[in-house]
Design a protein around this ligand. Sequence first.
Ligand SMILES: [Fe+2]
Length: 148
Amino acid sequence: MIWDVSYKIGVKQIDKQHQEFFNILLKLENSLKRGTVTEHTGIAIKNLVDYTKTHLKDEETFMKLINYPDIENHKIAHQGLINKVKEILNVLKTGEKFTTSNLIQILQDWIIKHILTEDIKLHKFYSDYLDQNNKTESNDEEIEIVIL
Ligand SMILES: [Fe+2]
């Protein structure tokens, strides 16, 4: 599954991270498709776990910074992603036979739904925030780089 322009929420750094997230998932999917869990798979899983943590933390920092009002519910939703990643890790650790593509598919479906229903709300709020604080386009980029 590749990131698609329809998943764009309009906040540059978050969109960039979402794209990277899809890349990492694709690498893991390709690695798991080879059938055996190798060192390569281990690296792909570690990348997924690390990137999930980094991305969610950055998104939550961003929400705090713009005083996004629905941050607590959004954080609860993020916990759902962490649980899904843990689920994958546990299945891999037990070495059980499982349909890897199903697990990756569940994760991808979750992320796409989350982006399109929750993350997308950040754009509208962020645009209003920039207007209220008289931020210009160039300031906009600076802020995003500093906070994420
Ligand atoms: Fe999110």
